[in-house]
Design a protein around this ligand. Sequence first.
Ligand code: AR6
Length: 170
Amino acid sequence: MTTTITLVQGDITHQSADAIVNAANSSLLGGGGVDGAIHRRGGPEILAECRALRASRYGRGLPTGQAVATTAGRLDARWVIHTVGPVHQGPGSDPEPLASCYRESLRVADELGARTVAFPAISTGVYRWPMDDAARIAVETVRNTPTAVDEVRFVLFDDRAYEAFARRLG
Ligand code: AR6
């Protein structure tokens, strides 16, 4: 089974996919950036499920590098997979937690039976991960993770992000 990696520039909340990945924070209760956009456009059903997950499984929050799914409310998707990226700590930051976000999101996607998965550039906004390095980690990790997902689509918000990912894909 081969996974095709595609690139799109735009707003991930306008994508049609089986699963849309959210660059969340460990509270799972929303925030700014792509997280805010997903909750705004997806509607209150997503937040209600996140609250239920907090109450049942993640009383201390979802740890960095892990992923969990909810339904997708009004988005054109079946599921939102929430993952918590690491905050960049400066030069020499450990790439492993960011790689883990991609691996764990794909693991959850496989559990759900999702065949198309849209990812934003996790950690490259509020969490300040340098775009080129984040693109390298994202592309390498997806290429090296065995999965039944047919299409991994990176949805990049601006030119700079799109170009960084395009360079990595080659
Ligand atoms: N579609 C696609 N990409 C987007 C969109 C969108 N609608 N909006 C922003 N981006 P960020 P993080 C890009 O800050 O760095 C939140 O408050 C953006 O340009 O959304 O992982 C959470 O609650 C950037 O390249 O996520 C957390 O507290 C990328 O998405 C914290 O921010 C990620 O930027 C997570 O920070």
